[in-house]
Design a protein around this ligand. Sequence first.
Ligand code: ZN
Ligand code: FE
Length: 256
Amino acid sequence: MTPFEIIVVPALSDNYIYIAHDTSNKTTLVVDPSEAAPVLNALKTRGWTLTHILNTHHHGDHIGGNKELIDKFNPTLIGPLSEESRIPNMHKMVKEGDKINVGGHEGLVFETPGHTHGHIAVWFKDSDALFCGDTLFALGCGRVFEGTMEQMWDSLKKLRSLPISTKIYCGHEYTLSNAKFAQDIDPKNAALQKRIRKFEAMRADGLPTIPTLLADELGTNPFLRADDASFAEGLGLNTKDPVAIFTETRSRKDNF
Ligand code: ZN
Ligand code: FE
């Protein structure tokens, strides 16, 4: 299959909605439509008709546009089985290891609890694309609202094990604020500093920093490095336990 063409649509104050399109069979998937208007605009400009919606989790800034888009296009709504009671109108409910078919493109489903109980991420191998909602961000990770720190760390480890060529399509433009924290907790990381300068230039030009490459996140995102001795050393903790180190990192960010 030819890869999806993926459009980044800014919405609300700092959300991203993604539209993945296959021109050969006119498949159009929207991921986490926080609101309908920017999606309708983007579709109209390109003459595309919505065929599928994917929701990563139940938060309003990820599902708020569902109803209007469903009323207009009657697409297939795909979301986490475990959020059946919190995401209305789902047609296809999925769980860990499921494979979804979106216009011939296979998406592999990961359950990534932590930010919310029923959070999922979906990886489209043929497009090197991971839609991960509020689990993994560029230089950051989602706040742990519903799950445990251990669950969140396990979720991030699943995503971390994907091919390094994977592009990370996350739910928010939080990159520069994540960068400030990453720089603070990991001040001697040259690769991190290089990325931050690149991101600052992109934002100054009004460009989204998303997607980022998993290859670049691995050595610079503090939330992917709780089991990396060189990162742990810098924290000055008296432990090598990755869950303790992740917990400390997440708590420091919450209070940063
Ligand atoms: Zn959220
Ligand atoms: Fe969100």
